[in-house]
Design a protein around this ligand. Sequence first.
Ligand code: AVI
Length: 327
Amino acid sequence: MTSTLADAPPNLNLHALTQAHADVLDEVLEGLHASPKRLPPKLFYDVSGARLFQDLCATDAYYPTRLEAQILAEQADGIGAAIGPGAVVIEPGAGEMRKIRLLLPALCPRAYLAVDVSKHQLFDEAQRLARECPWLEVTALAGDFQDARVRARIGDVRGRPLLFFPGSTLGNFEPEQAADFLRDARHLLGPQARCLIGIDLVKPLEALERAYNDPEGITARFNLNLLTRLNRELEADFDISAFSHRAFYDPALQRVEMHLVSERAQSVHVAGATIRFAAGETIHTENSFKYRPEQFEAMARGAGFRRTTRWSDARDWFGVFLLHEAV
Ligand code: AVI
């Protein structure tokens, strides 16, 4: 579906390719009937979830957003020079489009294609960006980046594509999926493929656990909001007060795990299906993998990128990697 706003600027295109309600329900029921129970992290980002994530990014405890923004702002000239002007930037999970704004003056792209599952935020932000930058062709595609229809649109991009994937969202994929994603991006974007990717790096456990258990409790609300969303959208009857947030770092697996813990034995209904919980049983809602720079560089090489350039902060807590196809 293509939308137009009454007073849309001429450099703006909006398209909605959202997932059908029935597909989401199937995915949720499959996850809740599995053992251990799980829910897909993409469901975090309804209107309230996207807002909670924005609030989290502004906290002192959740360091990735701040560090990455600092790297992009401070190293914008070097990043822009390495990429060159006139690129077509494709950003999955574009959200507030804050990070691309940090790069625009140095990068001077020709076009920007933003993809996100949060349609309202995406369309509002795309409109704002198109007005601020009348020289930039802005396209917003509401949908899941893994959806075949979204991928077909991206495959149609002409020019010099740059996949911009900041925020360490790739860290929310299993490592095998992340490697597949990179390989797939290289094929989808063709012989001139380049990727600029933000990756959260391995660091002391205390910093990691604080980031996912922020003292303000925003991560807890973000995690629990998933159940509120299921109650509203999928005829579920979760008692939110009977679940709690848990997040911890597993050094062997190099990942932070997030769970929702059932505080007591209980039954919950989702679209007519009964889901039983034992006391203490959890729903695994997210993994956030952390990499060492050399591990991520090896993954990029395995996916067929021949060269990587890295920019990072003084402590090497966060890395921005440019993956090139050419030698
Ligand atoms: C979007 N993603 C990279 C975040 C992360 O850190 O894994 C999502 C998040 N989950 C809890 N806090 C933030």
